[in-house]
Design a protein around this ligand. Structure first.
Ligand SMILES: NC(=O)c1ccc[n+]([C@@H]2O[C@H](COP(=O)([O-])OP(=O)(O)OC[C@H]3O[C@@H](n4cnc5c(N)ncnc54)[C@H](OP(=O)(O)O)[C@@H]3O)[C@@H](O)[C@H]2O)c1
Length: 303
């Protein structure tokens, strides 16, 4: 018998890819060669219900119990979030309501319904002062309202809940650095990107497949998930520009202090994630971000 999963945030950039996989479709940019367990994802074992803000507004915490209770889930995946990192500095109450209070309520309701709760968090829970990628044992110390709201949400989860921390997420069906640089490459308008913010780029389709594997496994606790390989935003932009036929000097290197205006939110200088638990769980290493980004750019071209 299939299990019922409710995906909250089903229209977001990770949500659309996860819903495709759950319906047995490889989303645009999804890998045809790689999978977390080395075998194809088994969509047949799931009945998926995608929820958007129209069906459940997470700022209205009181409505969570009624909506989820009516859907009788075995697993609830929360991909919805207040993700406007800079705007969160001037809207801390809204960020807290969606990223903290609602996550705590989702965890509580899942426990009362006997459902497993999986929620997605961020590399921005770290302060960026580490010289090495952060594994799951590293101590969070957020530097922004967004990072703090996500960390506070993690702290309201129960030990059995699974918290997937990811970073620098890019989907085919969303507007992100890949699309911006590809458009600028097409119109031959050079760009500038920072060399002093380092992270692990993550393609939404690959993350969605990892989430699907973890939904089945239900490991509980924090699991870091990203593509393999570490990069700066300059590296990411340069890769996109060269893939789109521009020369190496199309992207100019700058540092964060050069940005004008300065972004409202502080970002960690180094927030790359090490996937220690993913390895311990015996999964196959995720594809390198070069491979994943190439797939994204090809899919974007085909769209
Ligand atoms: N993007 C990144 O670089 C990144 C990095 C690290 C971690 N993450 C985390 O990864 C997860 C997925 O991110 P994503 O990139 O897929 O985000 P996204 O594309 O911004 O999607 C977020 C979704 O949340 C929904 N949402 C926002 N406010 C809501 C509310 N009040 N009630 C119900 N739904 C609401 C949005 O719906 P509307 O479209 O209707 O607003 C949207 O569909 C999030 O937890 C995010 O914090 C993302």
């Amino acid at each position: 018998m299939s299990q019922r999963v409710v995906v909250i945030g089903a229209a977001g950039q990770v949500g659309v890819d996860l819903m495709d996989y759950l319906r047995g479709i490889t989303p645009p940019g999804g890998s045809s060669k790689w999978s977390p367990a080395g075998t194809a994802a088994n969509s047949a074992s799931w009945t998926a219900v995608g929820i958007t803000r129209a069906q459940l507004d997470l700022t209205v915490t009181d409505s969570i119990e009624g909506v989820l209770g009516g859907l009788r889930p075995d697993v609830v995946v929360n991909l919805a979030a207040y993700t406007a990192v800079d705007r969160a500095e001037s809207e801390p109450a809204t960020a807290q309501r969606i990223n903290t209070v609602a996550v705590g309520e989702l965890s509580r309701v899942c426990e009362s319904l006997g459902a497993h709760f999986l929620t997605v968090s961020t590399d921005y829970v770290f302060d960026g002062r580490s010289a090495e990628p952060y594994d799951e044992t590293a101590l969070p110390h957020p530097q922004s309202v967004y990072g703090a709201s996500k960390r506070d949400g993690e702290l309201l989860c129960r030990p059995d809940d699974t918290i997937v921390r990811t970073s620098w997420v890019m989907g085919v069906r969303a507007r992100n650095i890949a699309h911006i640089v590809a458009q600028r490459a097409a119109s031959n308008e050079p760009v500038r990107f920072v060399t002093d913010q380092i992270g692990t780029p993550t393609m939404a389709a690959d993350l969605a497949l990892c989430v699907m594997a973890l939904m089945e496994r239900r490991p509980g606790g924090v699991v870091h998930v990203a593509n393999t390989g570490v990069a700066s935003w300059f590296d990411v932009a340069s890769f996109v520009a060269m893939h789109e036929g521009r020369s190496a000097d199309f992207v100019s290197p700058i540092v964060t202090a050069d940005l004008d205006p300065q972004p409202a939110a502080a970002r960690p200088a180094m927030s790359a994630l090490a996937m220690r638990r993913w390895e311990e769980l015996g999964y196959v290493a995720t594809p390198h971000w070069h491979d994943a980004m190439s797939r994204l750019l090809e899919a974007r071209r085909d769209a």
